[in-house]
Design a protein around this ligand. Structure first.
Ligand code: MTE
Length: 317
């Protein structure tokens, strides 16, 4: 996805930054030891790895074998931690997923700030979806969450609401790549913003996600709350959300701002529409040797095709 392939920063500057982070983490660790936090406080700071119970919903399980947990948690795109696939796993511990709230507002009758503990009380279910990245690789992940429609119904969208905007946390203390000195490195303007049409957001496949593989969502996968929209390229599935806003105007997404000719608002998985720099006809399933053909809407054409009836999907890429 990398847009600015010629970074403004020399490799040596970035190495320095990483050394700085290590030093900073060491100092923070020393300070934390001095304060001797209780076990409960420590557990609250990061719940990743703790078991999270959810019954599998057989209506939303694809037959393909899930990707192994290690690959799903060490090969990630989360530019707030850096542009290398290993950066999110390496630096993910800097993100503190507790306490956490998500503001749901905009064109709604009942705007509300949800505490993450309240979010976790929605009836959770497990669904096995494949996630197809725009970079032409894919994974199969057993996600835990609940339909986004259930959350939106609680705030009662007004008749004017036509779109839903998702915003990721902006905090350079927790997301090192948001530091002003590195801010332009990945080509993304922070905070990371994504969006859906309201009818897409209300589709039963669109999932508010809080866990995976029977566990609380690891930081590198978007803790404590993200969305997963399986018929769209992975970048639509924004991580670590702090705000969900209902709007009349189509939201300006982070990738549209940085490269509108490459990343459109819709970004439906479509093997017939190539990315300007590579083909989208096939994909590499992580863990497999042979490439696979990419199906229309990532295999969910039957469920979501009607959302786009009559639309030119080459223009609305
Ligand atoms: N959300 C935020 N906030 N920042 C990101 O860089 N990357 C996106 C998406 N959500 C991204 C994000 C992309 S490109 C992909 S493919 C998926 O997250 C990857 O999700 P995963 O690491 O859980 O597989």
């Amino acid at each position: 996805m990398l847009i600015k392939r010629a970074p403004r920063f020399k490799a040596s500057e970035i190495t320095d930054h990483r050394l700085y982070l290590n030093r900073r983490e060491f100092m923070l660790g020393a300070a934390a030891l001095a304060l001797l936090p209780t076990a409960t406080q420590a557990a609250q700071a990061s719940a990743a790895g703790q078991p999270l119970a959810a019954k599998r919903n057989p209506d939303y399980v694809i037959g393909d074998k899930p990707t192994d947990f290690k690959s799903a948690t060490t090969y990630n795109n989360f530019y707030e931690f850096g542009t290398d696939k290993e950066d999110p796993a390496r630096l993910g511990h800097m993100l503190k997923p507790r306490p956490w709230t998500v503001q749901v507002d905009g064109l709604v009758h009942k705007p509300k700030r949800f505490d993450i503990e309240e979010i976790l009380r929605f009836p959770l279910e497990e669904r096995v979806y494949s996630l197809r990245c725009v970079e032409a690789w894919s994974m199969v992940i057993p996600w835990i969450g609940f339909p986004l429609s259930a959350l939106l119904k609680q705030v009662e969208p007004t008749g004017k609401a036509r779109y839903v905007e998702f915003t990721t946390l902006k905090d350079p203390e927790q997301f090192p790549a948001q530091k002003p000195s590195l801010a332009a490195f990945g080509g993304v303007e922070w905070p990371y913003v994504e969006g859906l049409r309201l009818d897409e957001a209300m589709h039963p496949l669109a999932l508010v996600t809080v866990g995976m593989y029977g566990q609380v969502l690891p930081n590198q996968n978007g803790a404590p709350i993200r969305i997963v929209v399986p018929w769209k390229y992975g970048f639509k599935s924004a991580k670590s959300l702090v705000r969900i806003r209902l709007t009349e105007e189509q939201p300006k997404t982070a990738w549209e701002k940085s490269a509108p000719q490459e990343y459109g608002f819709y970004s439906n998985v479509n093997p017939a529409v190539d990315h300007p720099r590579w083909s989208q006809a096939t994909e590499r399933r992580i863990g497999e040797f042979m490439r696979r053909k990419t199906p229309m809407f990532n295999g969910y054409a039957e469920q979501v095709g009607s959302l786009y009836a009559g639309m030119d999907l080459k223009k609305n890429y």
